[in-house]
Design a protein. Structure first.
Lengths: 154, 249, 391
């Protein structure tokens, strides 16, 4: 036995080296692995915070309607009742944060309306669509249509 | 001399073990659970989306809204729209998605024929193959059912992009990490809807919370014909399509 | 066609147009394949007592080590955040084949390859530590790990433990490269990859490439050293190369025939891809020139008694074609798997850079690097058999 140990002494050195390596790795692991990793699943829980902290660019129509109740009321009676404010006006969370300084630019109806209403054989047949040149001779849409209530009134 | 060597070994192993234990305990103490927010309980939600292709007009508002809300780099898509033009051969539809539908679609199918639009996004699979293959836990299913990417942890190995059957992932060239639709997690956890649903003028896309008993999705799933993409992959997809045509890939 | 995107035909999901895994990911299985194959050849002598291949034993081990050391480099260059790669060891996701592979690699490098080399060379290392001077002495001294025990008893222990390690090393080598096959074979989203045969095909093509590499290296180094090539050795190696090749080819043909017969929704898309974008690399390079021709050449030497010089020429040609062929096979799997759309309605093309991080130049450097390392290893730990070279 003693003879075997003496003859395996070099192997014991290898085992010791490996053990030290594994030990160092375990210590490193405790120090470096993010806190609570694995608490909800195999991921870093703080990632949920990081992702939730992303800035919001579209305020959501509920926020718009809190101040702009007139436009909201007009819209709710017409064909655009289901179209959210920012679907046309673009992302305006910055405006809701600071209404006085951040003044949104009104969208250009000549470009905006065509996106949905320009005639395209691929669109559902029941969807209202026109060929702008034939329909209005190139005039901007808000010449005749009120964007918030497109078929109401005049 | 033998004794001191043994002593050294035992003392160092104790040291290593105790240091590991102590550091773990201390980290838990320091960390707390800040992700448990008082206003939002993750366990009370299970998110998905309901899509009605018949209502989609291919305007591209959703693609543009997502790009603005989430700083999506041009040429990459967290959501996109596909247009299908199908004859009688369901196995060979003509499909296009010019710039993901970002600027709408050119009017090329003037012959008529069956044409429709399919909005696509991450399906937030409950049995997600992309989560399964991530080597480090950088992508995961959150407790409320949203598949997310931890951009501080992702290595950029792209295995998840290969594993997604739906093509919804890409490598973000600015961050060098995997990226995809997050179901606007930062919005839905605050009571807002996703940017794409907010921007959709026809409500072709509607956010759904399967754990909310009042959510209209329950009634809808009970009373309508609904499919998911690639059901044979058994991914537990949670993007439900109403009356999905058989030619859709 | 509707698409005006360069290189795209038909419809690709928008995020699929650019390939995710580049030539570096082609190189990686190629390199680990060479490692596994070289090791299996070495184990032929140690475990299966095939005495004829003894002259290549140490050379095969050093070749495996040289390639194994380079193997992580293409991966590191490919990662978006290589500085985070330690995460694979710190928080490995147990359901991910890629994560588990990190440990297989580490196991193989530390416990199998390095140990086996060390145990085989230990007597020589101790002798060099005692006889050399200067910095060489210190290098060898470190390699002895402080023990100069080379008594017959210690050497017997070395031999027993070495045998055991090689025994364990054989399944470890299969695991090393089979895992790479599984990384591809387990992706259900990709019908070109998803197959239970993938790990097996990878293992056998690895054996083929590793055996061919050692065969060529032995012939070349013997020539360079002015030492005659032992025909017994190369004849035996070539025979094993032939066997492995036949098995490899049968497996690949089985996959192909099965695919064509079942003709599921992916077949038309894949078939079209093979006949267009992959025609040169798959049909011409991998199958005709890279498999059928070497098998025919090697088969020739088994059927007819050729002169030694003729056999050497055949082995050199067959070996070189094999190395190209197995690279083509990796290319066809990795790049091929990304050329078609998961909608099965379109195809894209691979735009390989040249002097970029994942470009052709980088790949050329990476494939040459193991030979540089091998040169250093051969100088440090000469693998030549005991009869001393004259010059």
């Amino acid at each position: 036995m003693k003879e075997l140990l003496r003859n395996s002494e070099h192997l014991i050195r290898v085992v010791v080296l490996l053990a030290i390596g594994v030990g160092a790795f375990l210590v490193l692991r405790q120090v470096v692995v993010p806190p609570n990793f694995g608490q909800y699943g195999h991921f870093r829980p703080a990632a949920l915070i990081d992702i939730r902290a992303h800035s919001v660019k579209f305020a959501g129509h509920a926020v718009c309607e809190a101040c702009h109740s007139d436009e909201a009321a007009t819209k709710s009676k017409g064909k655009h009742a289901g179209v959210a404010c920012e679907a046309c006006h673009g992302p305006l969370a910055a405006h809701t944060e600071d209404p006085a300084s951040v003044i949104p630019k009104l969208p250009d109806t000549a470009v905006l309306c065509a996106r949905c209403h320009e005639a395209n054989a691929s669109k559902p047949k029941s969807f209202p669509q026109v060929v702008p040149a034939d329909h209005s001779g190139g005039l901007p849409c808000n010449t005749c249509h009120k964007p918030h209530d497109p078929l109401g009134g005049a | 001399m033998d004794i001191t060597r043994r002593e050294l070994l035992t003392k160092s192993s104790y040291f290593i073990l105790l240091t590991s234990a102590a550091t773990t305990a201390w980290k838990h103490v320091l960390a707390g659970t800040p992700e448990a927010s008082p206003n939002y309980d993750m366990t009370k939600h299970w998110w998905g989306m309901l899509i009605d292709p018949a209502k989609c007009i291919g305007c591209g508002n959703c693609v543009r809204a997502c790009e603005l809300e989430n700083d999506v780099p041009p040429g990459f898509f967290r959501t996109w729209i596909e247009r299908y033009h199908v004859g009688e051969d369901l196995e060979h539809p003509q499909v296009d998605s010019p710039n993901g539908g970002h600027d709408g679609f050119p009017d090329i199918y003037k012959d008529g024929g069956k044409t429709f639009f399919i909005p696509k996004l991450c399906n937030h699979c409950s049995d997600s193959p992309c989560v399964q293959v991530c080597p480090v836990g950088a992508t995961f299913v959150s407790p409320d059912g949203v598949v997310l990417v931890d951009e501080k942890y992702c290595l950029g190995c792209r295995y998840c992009i290969q594993a997604c059957p739906y093509g919804c992932r890409f490598l973000n060239p600015k961050k060098n990490t995997a990226d995809k639709c997050t179901l606007c997690y930062h919005r839905i956890t605050q009571g807002l809807t996703t940017a794409c649903c907010e921007a959709c003028p026809t409500q072709a896309r509607v956010l759904a919370d399967l754990k909310n008993p009042k959510d209209p999705i329950h009634e809808f799933l009970r009373t309508h014909s609904v499919q998911v993409l690639k059901p044979h992959m058994a991914t537990g997809a949670k993007a439900f399509y109403k009356d999905l045509d058989g030619s859709v890939r | 066609m509707l698409q005006l995107l360069p290189g795209v035909e038909g419809y690709m999901y928008p995020n699929e147009i650019e390939l995710q895994w580049s030539i570096l990911i082609v190189l990686y299985p190629y390199i680990t394949g060479l490692v596994a194959g070289a090791f299996i050849l070495a184990s032929l002598e140690r475990v299966f007592k095939v005495e004829a291949v003894k002259p290549t034993y140490r050379l095969a081990l050093l070749t495996a080590l040289a390639f194994l050391l380079v193997a992580p480099l293409p991966l590191q260059l490919h990662l978006g955040h290589p500085e985070r790669s330690l995460e694979m060891y710190l928080t490995p996701h147990r359901s991910s084949a890629m994560a588990m592979f990190g440990f297989v690699y580490l196991w193989y490098l530390m416990v199998v390859l390095l140990m086996e080399i060390w145990l085989d060379y230990r007597k020589d290392i101790v002798a060099w530590a005692e006889s050399k001077r200067g910095i060489g002495k210190w290098i060898y001294q470190v390699l002895t790990l402080g023990s100069h025990n080379v008594s017959p008893g210690a050497l017997r222990v070395d031999d027993k433990v070495g045998y055991f390690i090689t025994l364990v090393g054989i399944p470890s080598a299969f695991l090393l490269h089979g895992y790479v096959g599984f990384i591809f074979g387990s992706v259900k989203a990709n019908p070109w990859w998803s197959s239970p045969l993938m790990p097996v095909v990878f293992i056998f093509s690895a054996m083929v490439s590793g055996i061919a590499a050692v065969l060529l290296l032995y012939m070349v180094t013997s020539k360079l050293r002015g030492v005659p090539i032992e025909m017994d050795c190369v004849d035996t190696i070539a025979r094993y190369l032939l066997y492995a090749f036949v098995i490899d080819f049968s497996l690949e043909m089985l996959d192909l025939v099965h695919r064509i017969y079942e003709a599921d929704e992916s077949l038309r898309a894949l078939d079209f891809m093979v006949h267009t974008r992959l025609y040169f690399s798959q049909i011409i390079l991998q199958i005709y020139l890279g498999t059928l021709l070497p098998i025919a050449l090697l088969g020739l030497t088994q059927l007819w008694k050729l002169r030694a010089s003729a056999r050497k020429a055949v082995y050199a040609v067959a070996g070189s074609l094999t190395l190209v062929s197995i690279f083509a096979m990796r290319w066809n799997v990795v790049i091929g798997g990304q050329l078609f759309s998961k909608s099965f309605l379109g195809y894209t093309s691979y735009k390989m850079g040249f002097a970029t991080r994942e470009g052709l130049l980088t790949s050329i450097v990476l494939i040459l690097l193991p030979f540089v390392i091998l040169y250093v290893l051969v100088k440090l730990l000469p693998p030549w058999p005991k009869r001393e070279a004259v010059a």
